[in-house]
Design a protein around this ligand. Structure first.
Ligand code: NAP
Length: 482
């Protein structure tokens, strides 16, 4: 196979990065299927007030596509979306895009993948690369009565910009990274914001600031400066934040920093007590933000920590029987994260069902390949999410690896490659041992885990190790068919 037909699912950071890699390698036989009407993935979907990224701009971008237009240290959603649009244009990806085309099923048969779209069309590909992400399906809580509420209600990742919050009572359910970004934006606009917190988060300051024009000019005219700055942020994340996740040297430092931040920003000791987590930092995603505590301290914002009993037409009722009346409800309750390619039906060799194979928790060799599913690769797949660094770095490692696989197939004149069960078993064993050393196993509940407590989403080591492991495919880990 000299130039396999490659189907890429999703036009977010991962899918676009894969397309760019293929184009730059001179491979033009690929299509990017995107269910929505534009590129950008999560950065197209999440438009809530204040949406942005808590990883610095120069690291939350492709290493090969330096960008001197970042206006701030931490990018806001419109800037990230503009960056991705620009990448799609600059690297000639538009002709490869099939927008508004949702893949609902794919089946490996006769040595090829047959992909079915929601409208019933069929496409054939030799290689499939999934770039659907881990945070693409908003999750509503299993609280009774959600549908009964009489006012507008919506999920933070599908913000209803038509709902006017001015002088309304807004109930917000959830206090993760998304809520921490939009609560400060709506407080003061709404008459009252009622924040329902189930578990407090560790919060560390976000030293955001606009770049002044001299620095922007310097970034523009001195590319080595951008490289050096990016490298500095990357190393800081690896050397200071990663050890927190394995109870290393900086765990106490970050805990102290977070408690100091809380003490400085929340004068009321009772409120501080309710905002103090009872689990180690990093067990859940650390919130990086300097605006949420002042917002929660406002007189027109209430923090409610009583468990929610149900939603009624008039508001949110807590289990103590109290009705908290509201005009609008925003669910900042996260995503279905452990289903990975759900709800796409994925049928591999000999009729194997991917979701059945993953029924006790998703797993993939290097996070990218599963036995029984030849020529299928996952970007941002099982155990490749990060709690401490930029996911764009991982995506670059993965797309380089997948390109290596495509080249390996061509070099061998092979039709397919499939990870060997022995390689998968060795990988799973090493991964479990590494996960056992992390704070994610310390008992808290988070989106990194299945309901039964298996960590299926996170990478438990430094990203430098991941880069080494994925430098090139090891042919001994795969069986090839010609
Ligand atoms: P999340 O972190 O999963 O937070 C969901 C929130 O909803 C939690 O506070 C959770 O409480 C609460 N919740 C869920 N079900 C509930 C229920 N039945 N009753 C009461 N509360 C309930 O979701 P997210 O804030 O959307 O963030 C998801 C991830 O997206 C982040 O961790 C991060 O990786 C990414 N993100 C990143 C950025 C960024 O700046 N890079 C910004 C936004 C999001 P419990 O804690 O008790 O479960």
């Amino acid at each position: 196979m000299t130039h396999p037909r490659v189907a890429i699912l999703g036009a977010g950071f991962g899918g676009l990065c894969m397309g760019i890699r293929l184009r730059r390698a001179g491979i033009g036989s690929f299509t990017i299927f995107e269910k929505a009407g534009g590129v950008g993935g999560t950065w197209r979907d999440n438009t809530y007030p204040g949406a942005g990224c808590d990883i610095p701009s120069h690291l939350y971008s492709f290493s090969f596509e330096k960008y001197s237009s970042w206006t701030r240290r931490y990018p806001r959603q419109p800037e990230i979306l503009a960056y991705l649009e620009r990448c799609a244009d600059k690297y000639g990806l538009r002709p490869h895009l099939r927008l508004n085309t949702e893949i609902t099923a794919m089946r490996y048969a006769g040595g090829v993948w047959r992909l079915t779209t929601a409208s019933g069309e069929e496409h054939v590909a030799d290689v499939v690369v999934s770039g659907v992400g881990q945070l693409n399906r908003p999750r509503l809580p299993d609280i009774p009565g959600v549908e009964s509420f009489r006012g507008p209600w919506f999920h933070s990742a599908r913000w209803d910009h038509g709902a006017d919050l001015t002088c309304r009572r807004v109930a917000v359910i959830g206090t993760g990274s998304s809520a921490a970004q939009f609560i400060p934006e709506i407080a003061g606009v709404a008459e009252r914001v009622l924040v329902f917190q189930r578990t407090p988060n560790w919060v560390i300051p976000k030293p955001d600031a606009a770049f002044g024009w001299p620095l922007r000019l310097a970034f523009h005219y001195l590319p080595p400066l951008q490289r050096a700055y990016r490298s500095y942020i990357y190393r800081r994340s690896e050397n200071v934040l990663f050890p927190v996740l394995v109870n290393g040297w900086s765990a106490r430092l970050v805990r102290r920093m977070a408690l100091k931040h809380l003490e400085e920003q929340v004068p009321d000791p009772e409120l501080r007590r309710r905002l103090t987590p009872g689990y180690p930092p990093g067990c859940k995603r650390i919130v990086i933000d300097s605006t949420i505590y002042p917002a929660l301290s406002r007189p027109d914002v209430d923090l409610i920590t009583e468990k929610i009993g149900r939603v009624t037409p008039a508001g949110v009722e807590t289990v103590d029987g109290r009705l908290h009346e509201a005009d609008v409800i925003v669910y900042a309750t996260g995503f279905d994260t452990t289903g990975f390619l759900m709800p796409i039906e994925v049928t591999g060799r000999d009729g194997r069902d991917l979701h059945a194979q993953w029924s006790r928790g998703a797993e993939a060799y290097l996070g990218m390949a599963a036995p029984g599913f030849p020529n299928l690769f996952f970007l941002y797949g099982p155990n490749t999410n990060l709690g401490h660094n930029s996911i764009v770095f991982m995506l670059e490692c993965q797309t380089r690896y997948v390109l290596g696989c495509v080249r390996e197939l061509a070099a061998r004149g092979a039709r397919s490659m499939e990870v060997r069960p022995e390689a998968m078993a060795a990988w799973s064993g090493a991964l479990s041992a590494a996960l056992a050393r992390t704070v994610w196993e310390s008992g808290c509940q988070s989106w990194y885990k299945t309901r039964s407590g298996r960590v299926t989403n996170n990478w438990p080591a430094r990203t430098t190790l991941y880069r080494r492991l994925t430098a090139a495919p090891n042919p001994r880990a795969y069986s090839f068919r010609t």
